[in-house]
Each structure stands twice: as structure tokens, then as C-alpha cells.
Ligand binder design. Structure first.
Ligand code: ARG
Length: 572
């Protein structure tokens, strides 16, 4: 992890300070010694003096007091003071505003191409069913991961690795033939496919309970037919996949997601089966007496081998996944592949990645990015997993609920587009309010609260700035502006903006984005505090400087929100 102070423009500031402190102490003080000050102290930067004690033969507190006294207050530094073994530094707001202005054009846009490619695989829905609430977190995580890699200068390729094969497919065909019709399918599309799938599951279970396997055998039969490129099977496959993919694409477009590719599992099965032979030949895989094929993983410290062929010769989930790894190397040669897939598949990916370590299909960093569940409050206010008992089973229903909530807090006559921004903004903000591996609570009141830690709260701050700026637009010239930012409220805002790049970089490298939501909230709150105390329009000679500050805040706010998938409505 890089020190957050090595990031532009904080590195410039620490460089200057370290030169000054070096002079005072008569020895080289590395920029790495500086820290972001504890927010409780209210200072900006801090210098712990422990590391100088030995050489100077003085106590850290003594050194700190000395430094604090001897560092001159100048255009860079408003003041500094010792607190125990620390020197705390308060930067000069008029200096900060110049720096923020000078770096904004750079930090508020994507970094230039870094020559690296990342594949972000997400959604990857099974085409047998309409999108459910289970897909929502996946979508939000995937979208935001992709956005942030792009921001870091990566070439990003998004791939929706749909489940269009395996038992799912067999169940579709048998279910369709048994419980549905062309006409019903035409009428209800993907919903009908979903209904058939559920009915098939029940029928298979009932059959199993009775000890028979007629339907289950049929399912397997169709599976093999598809693997053998049987004409009828291929036609069914094409028809069902298309209906389901189109319905899915329309829904995810609502949330601003468009995939570069939708290569389904079936696309990789043939090659996967070839690879089984190759792996047997090279000794990486082994055939069991019953005909099944495994890749032993004990060399990778895993007892359970990875199964890549069933005893009846059929391919498996892993079979298509190994071919997918190989294919992505040939096609895109990625440096990183992020699989955004639920927590229940952790073992699957552990095995897959271990097998890759042995077979070396890809040298890319392979990451399984999993996430927790969505929870809601039950009638008595207790958390429970959001499920079919809730009002929302399908993703669409959940989004509709959010739209209703947004409507309720929106002013009359707000455009549908803006209402959507509020609705989906609340959901995205909530998604990125906590660690992705924990569960997330969809508490609708909190999510749409205009005074709490919510998307709408932050959006509202941005909308208010927009409305101020629309009253008196500022140009891009800063030259004639008089110094105006000596207040504590202005300093807090400016210090927040100076830290933007470091927060963004840290979030991207850890693929943990709640610090971005926290940052947006901090900025919004600091702006509200500033605005309470400082009139902008009608502030006479101060107006221009304050408008410029407002504009900067808006730009940083919008950019941060964008990186967690939240857009700002035109009005609220
Ligand atoms: N379609 C699978 C499911 O819904 C997820 C696919 C995950 N991706 C992968 N490369 N295996 O469970």
C-alpha cells in the first residue's frame, strides 16, 4: 500500500514541509515521516517525532516543541503547534485553494492509459431466470469496479459470463416441453422462462422424493444433445438465451450498465472438453476408474481435486471456466481478471485459481470479488435476509420500490430521469456505505433520508450548489480573485479536496469503495457548514472567490459520486 501522502498534490506539500523541518533539525526528514493528522485534532498534517529522538538525543516531545516553534508561518503554513511527540500543521487556505485549482483538471478525469488491461466479469446471470434481488449487489460492485479501473488508466473490458448451459439448459427444454408453449413464451418472455424453471425444480424434487428419475434423465439427455451440437438443442438454446439476455440487458441498462461482451458458458464448453484431453496428456489431470476426470490440487494445498469431467463424459462448470481463462488470455491478454460472483462460490474459484497456478493458462492476477447479502428490516425492526417473503423478489420490483421512495421525496413535477437518479443514487450510495463482504441493510427510511448518511443528502448538497451557480455563473479565470478562505469552514473544505486523489487511489487499489461514499459525504457536510456561515451570492467583493470555491466543491462532489455510480439530478 502506498503512503497516501505520496499522491498528488499532497506530495508537493509534504516535500515543502520536509525541507523546512530538515533545516530546523539539521538532518534529512523524509516525506514519508509525515502523516495525515488525526481529524480530531483539526490539523491537516502531522509529523511524529519518535524517529529523530535517538540521533538528536532528545525526547520526541522536546523535538516536536522545538520544530513547532521554529517553523516560520508563511504562505504555505497558517500555523503549527506541538501536541506531545507530534507537530501538527495547519495549511494556509489561500495556498490550498491555489493548489486545488491547479490540480483539478488533472485529478478530476481518468488517468492516462497505463498500458494495463483488466477484465471485469460481473452479473453473469443464469439465463433461466429473470434478474433477482440477488443480482443487484453484483451489478453495483461490478459497475463501480470497472469505473474505478478506468479512472486509474486501465483498459477495461466488461464481460457478462452468462449461465446458458449445464443443467439450467436441460431444465429449460424439458420444462418448456412439459409445462409451457410457444404462445405462452411469446406472451410472457423471460417471466415465462422463470416460471417454467421454478416449476421444473419442484417437479424434479417431487420425482426425487418418489425415487424416480424420469425427468432428471431427460434433462441430462438434452444437456448432452447440446454438447453434441444437436440441431434442435441448438435452436432451443438460441431462442431461450436471446429472450433472457435481451430482457436482462434492458434492465441493467436502467442502472447504466452496458456490457462489452456476453460470452456465455456454452461458448467455452467445446474448448473445455478439448482441454481435458490435453490436461490428461500432460499429466496435470487424472482419469478415475468411473471415467470422471479431475485435476488434483494437493500441490496447491487443497485436498479436494477439481472435477472437470463427469463419469458420463459430460463437461462441468469448471470445464467451461478453464477454457474461459485461456480464451481471455488469447483475446485480451489481461493483467487482472476480476470475477464478481457471490460468496457461495468461493470454493469454486479457489479451486479454479489453484488449477491455474499449476497449469498456468494465465499469468494475470485472478481475483474473486465476492460480497454479502442484502438484508431488510422485518415488522419488528429486526434484520433479516431480503428474500421471497419480501415485496421484492425480482430486481425490477426492488427498483420500483426505490422509485416510489424517490418520488415521495422529490418536488412535484420532477422529471422521470431525475427521479431515477435519486432512486438509484440512494441504492448505490447505500451499497458503498460499508465493506462489500459484509451484508448490507436496505433500510429505506435511512436510504432516502435527506438529513442522514445517504445518497439523497449528498445529491441535495450538490443540487444546491448548482442552483447557486446558476444565479451567478463563474468563468474559468482565477486571476482577479481576492483571498477569501481564511475561515475554518473553508479550510476544512479545501483540505478535503486536496485529499481526493489519495482517497480515490486507495479505494481502487483495494477494490473497497466505501471510503468514496464517506468522502462525498464529508465534502457535502463541509459545504453545508461553510454555506451556513458564508453568504455567496451578494457577498460583494467576496462573491467571486466564494463562487469559485462552490464550483470546485461541486466538481469534486460530482466526480466522487460518479465513481460510486451516483448521478446528481438537475433539481431536487
Ligand atoms: N452463472 C453463474 C451463477 O449464476 C455465475 C458465473 C460466475 N462466473 C464464472 N466465471 N464462473 O451462479
Amino acid at each position: 500500500m502506498t503512503n497516501s501522502l505520496q499522491v498528488q498534490p499532497l506530495n508537493e506539500l509534504t516535500k515543502k514541509l520536509s525541507q523546512q523541518v530538515s533545516l530546523v533539525l539539521g538532518q534529512d526528514v523524509s516525506v514519508d515521516t509525515f502523516e495525515i493528522a488525526n481529524p480530531k485534532v483539526g490539523a491537516h498534517l502531522a509529523l511524529p517525532c519518535f524517529s529523530f529522538a535517538k540521533q538528536l538525543k532528545r525526547s520526541p516531545a522536546d523535538i516536536a516543541a522545538d520544530v513547532a516553534q521554529k517553523i516560520p508561518e508563511d504562505s504555505l503554513l497558517q500555523r503549527c503547534g506541538a501536541s506531545g511527540p507530534y507537530v501538527n500543521f495547519w495549511l494556509n487556505p489561500d495556498y490550498m485553494v491555489k493548489i486545488v485549482q491547479s490540480v483539478s483538471d488533472t485529478v478530476l478525469k481518468d488517468k492516462s492509459n497505463n498500458g494495463q488491461t483488466v477484465v471485469v466479469e460481473y452479473l453473469s446471470q443464469n439465463l433461466a431466470k429473470p434478474l433477482s434481488i440477488g443480482h443487484l449487489r453484483n451489478l453495483m460492485q461490478g459497475k463501480v469496479i470497472a469505473l474505478n479501473y478506468q479512472n486509474q488508466g486501465y483498459k477495461v473490458i466488461t464481460d457478462n459470463h452468462v449461465g446458458d448451459w449445464g443443467t439450467v439448459f436441460g431444465m429449460w427444454v424439458v420444462g418448456f416441453k412439459t409445462f409451457s408453449s410457444e404462445e405462452q413464451l411469446r406472451q410472457d418472455g423471460v417471466e415465462e422462462l422463470g416460471r417454467v424453471y421454478v416449476q421444473m425444480r419442484q417437479a424434479l424434487k417431487a420425482e426425487q422424493d418418489q425415487g424416480s428419475s424420469q425427468l432428471a434423465d431427460l434433462v441430462q439427455e438434452w444437456l448432452l444433445k447440446l454438447e453434441d451440437n444437436d440441431q434442435e438443442a441448438l435452436e432451443y438454446h438460441k431462442k431461450f438465451s436471446q429472450i433472457s439476455l435481451e430482457a436482462g440487458a434492458k434492465q441493467v441498462a436502467e442502472l447504466g450498465v452496458v456490457f462489452d461482451h456476453n460470452y456465455g458458458e456454452s461458448f467455452f464448453v467445446q474448448r473445455g472438453k478439448q482441454m481435458i484431453g490435453e490436461l490428461l496428456e500432460s499429466g496435470i489431470a487424472r482419469q478415475n476408474d468411473d471415467g470422471s476426470v479431475i485435476v488434483p490440487l494437493d500441490r496447491q494445498g487443497m485436498d479436494t481435486p477439481m472435477l472437470i469431467q463427469k463419469s458420463n463424459g459430460a463437461a462441468l462448470y469448471h470445464t467451461s471456466d478453464i477454457a474461459t481463462i485461456e480464451w481471455r488470455v488469447q483475446e485480451w491478454n489481461p493483467d487482472i481478471v476480476v470475477y464478481v460472483v457471490g460468496a457461495e462460490q468461493q470454493f469454486h474459484f479457489k479451486q479454479l485459481f489453484a488449477a491455474n497456478n499449476i497449469a498456468k493458462w494465465s499469468s494475470a492476477e485472478l481475483v474473486h470479488h465476492w460480497y454479502g447479502l442484502i438484508e431488510e428490516l422485518d415488522e419488528s425492526g429486526k434484520r433479516r435476509k431480503m428474500s421471497s417473503r419480501s415485496n421484492a423478489v425480482y430486481m425490477k420490483d426492488l427498483l420500483d420500490l426505490a422509485l416510489q421512495r424517490a418520488q415521495a421525496i422529490a418536488p412535484k413535477g420532477l422529471s422521470v430521469q431525475d427521479i431515477k437518479k435519486i432512486a438509484y443514487g440512494a441504492i448505490f450510495f447505500r451499497e458503498f456505505s460499508s465493506n462489500h463482504q459484509g451484508n448490507v441493510l436496505f433500510d429505506w427510511d435511512e436510504m432516502f433520508s435527506l438529513s442522514g448518511y445517504s445518497g439523497p443528502y449528498v445529491q441535495y448538497a450538490a443540487v444546491r450548489i448548482k442552483s447557486i451557480l446558476s444565479e451567478a455563473p463563474v468563468g474559468d479565470k482565477h486571476s482577479e480573485v481576492i483571498a477569501d478562505h481564511q475561515s475554518e469552514e473553508a479550510a476544512a473544505l479545501l483540505w478535503t479536496m486536496l485529499r481526493f486523489q489519495s482517497v480515490v487511489d486507495q479505494a481502487a487499489s483495494s477494490r473497497e469503495f466505501h471510503p468514496l461514499a464517506g468522502y462525498a459525504y464529508e465534502l457535502a457536510k463541509n459545504w453545508n457548514r461553510y454555506y451556513e456561515k458564508h453568504q455567496v451570492i451578494g457577498a460583494g467583493a467576496h462573491q467571486t472567490a466564494r463562487l469559485e470555491l462552490a464550483k470546485l466543491v461541486l466538481n469534486y462532489l460530482e466526480r466522487t459520486l460518479k465513481l460510486i455510480g451516483v448521478e446528481v439530478p438537475s433539481k431536487m
